[in-house]
Design a protein around this ligand. Sequence first.
Ligand code: HEC
Ligand code: HEC
Length: 332
Amino acid sequence: MGKILTAFALGLTASVAMAGIARAQEPIEPVRPPASINLGMVELGKKLYFDPRLSKSGFISCNSCHNLSMGGTDNIPTSIGDKWQQGPINAPTVLNSSLSVAQFWDGRAADLKAQAGGPIANPGEMAFSHTLAIGVLESIPAYVREFKQVFKKDKIDIDQVTLAIAEFEKTLVTPNSRFDQWLLGRKDALTPTELAGYTLFKDSGCVACHNGEAVGGNSFQKMGVVEAYKANDPATGRAAVTGKDADRFNYKVPTLRNVELTYPYFHDGAARTLGEAVDTMGRIQLGKKFTADENAKIVAFLKTLTGDQPSFMLPILPASTDATPRPTPFGK
Ligand code: HEC
Ligand code: HEC
């Protein structure tokens, strides 16, 4: 305990003293705005993201489970899909997901475009099919015009749909968190408690896995390095993709950007609070039992990772026409 405190006090002094010059040496980088985006595609992708008519029920959109008013998540342990089906795994945030090395907890989709086709046709999520979704879009002249304007093609296809959604998702980054302001040299952006939490986060070894622009998202790591994790589900993580035994219980390290907003935590949604998640991480990943005070400091630091949330006018969706296939919310 005494030893930890000393190490922590030294770390604190050092990082305060170096804050001005140390940015290049920090394991975390500020979130940058997207480099180049196609504005027409973003506007179209935004509509598709919010359009529940891409689901069988006519009720579920991407935003149902990745609610942009709630940190890009649904804030429940596992999602609710078509006909109130219980999903198998916690919905990760879509915020900053463009920064990840791959998509999904097990990384089975290479990028956002590859990911975006999945939910529409997943029977446990939107339960539609790509053909039916295209049928709906083609029955709505305003969509037909907008797709043509953006893609210069005569027919709408699923590739255009997923490209547009992925382009919109690229804009869902959250720069300008207080922590990033501190990284960029504003020394008073963090309180001494938050800074102490960051020092603990670094000195305890959390940054071995949670680093870079997204404070995670860039590697697959074992859940339960020091002590096995008793999950609430039968998922095997990355092994489901690679078939390798060594990848059992390896998961994509989640981003900790906006983690204050993305509860509950872990792939099974089992940790209700940030304090609980930090306690579990310390124990099973690093063999460390944090005191209540240390835990509170790390939590205070993690809350400084909340950045500017995406802000835009809610898209107004073009109305269905007489020719639009009707939704089937209650089966049939
Ligand atoms: C019924 C709820 C539900 C709907 C609807 C849904 N998702 Fe998801 N989404 C999830 C869940 C659950 C996961 C995690 C699945 C996994 O990792 O196996 C996920 C994963 C993702 C990821 C990967 C994030 C990461 O960090 O790995 C992205 C991106 C994403 N969804 C975007 C979308 C888009 C775009 C749509 C609409 C086309 C959509 N989702 C519709 C529940 C949903
Ligand atoms: C060996 C790599 C590793 C280390 C070290 C590590 N983590 Fe993690 N962290 C992960 C992985 C992998 C997950 C996701 C595991 C899962 O859900 O099954 C995760 C999940 C989390 C989550 C939940 C995020 C979410 O959205 O569900 C938090 C919070 C977190 N870690 C904080 C920390 C803190 C604080 C430390 C240091 C005490 C730490 N981690 C150390 C790999 C690591």
